[in-house]
Design a protein around this ligand. Structure first.
Ligand code: IMP
Ligand code: MG
Length: 179
């Protein structure tokens, strides 16, 4: 029997040029805000990889990078607002000026618990930078310090973000449409 294949189409939401321009603006702002200091960028795998790298290249204060990976618990336990760390940071963040780099803040649950965890490790400061924000979807409060773009409640892919691990390599942010 023939397998039914769902057609997927990606349309450009934020072009490569627009993303690039905004990344430069955020990098400039971070460089100003952290003048005279160095920053530890904490990249939340995997969706934030491209954003973290592009940002890091344009920040003019000293930068170190580390990587963390987490997965949300299933629906049953999600209300507890906890995430499971599947790959922890390699280096301590104590006394570091930490900026968590995220691809997208949606319900806010991931970031809410990740920031709570990192703050127990006593960084000198802790901020959050996200490429995209879907404020309409927020379920728990998260203070975002640097935002690339606020977007509507649409499922996006590209520039690191995936659907079923696909489309991460698209150089722009696109909307995934299924037909
Ligand atoms: P939250 O805990 O609901 O804020 O989930 C945030 C995470 O869900 C993001 O870091 C993404 O990995 C994923 N996510 C949320 N919305 C989208 C989307 O539109 N496209 C791809 N991934 C998404
Ligand atoms: Mg993510």
């Amino acid at each position: 029997m023939a397998e039914q294949v769902m057609e997927e189409k990606v349309t450009v939401l934020i072009s490569e040029e627009e993303v690039d321009r905004r990344v430069r603006e955020i990098a400039k702002k971070i460089s100003e805000d952290y003048a005279g200091k160095s920053v530890r960028l904490v990249c939340v795998l995997k969706g934030s990889v491209f954003f973290t790298c592009e940002l890091a290249k344009r920040i003019t204060v000293p930068v170190t990078m580390d990587f963390i990976s987490c997965s949300s618990y299933g629906n049953g336990t999600e209300s507890m607002g906890r995430v499971k760390i599947t790959k922890d940071l390699d280096e301590p963040v104590k006394d570091k000026h930490v900026i968590v780099i995220e691809d997208i803040v949606d319900s806010g649950r991931t970031l809410n618990s990740l920031l709570a965890l990192l703050s127990t490790r006593k960084p000198a400061s802790l901020r959050l930078c996200t490429l995209l924000d879907k404020p309409d979807r927020r379920e728990v409060d998260v203070k975002v310090d640097y935002t690339g773009f606020q977007i509507e409640n649409k499922f996006v892919v590209g520039y690191g973000m995936d659907f079923d691990q696909k489309y991460r390599n698209l150089p722009f942010v696109g909307v995934l449409e299924k037909e």
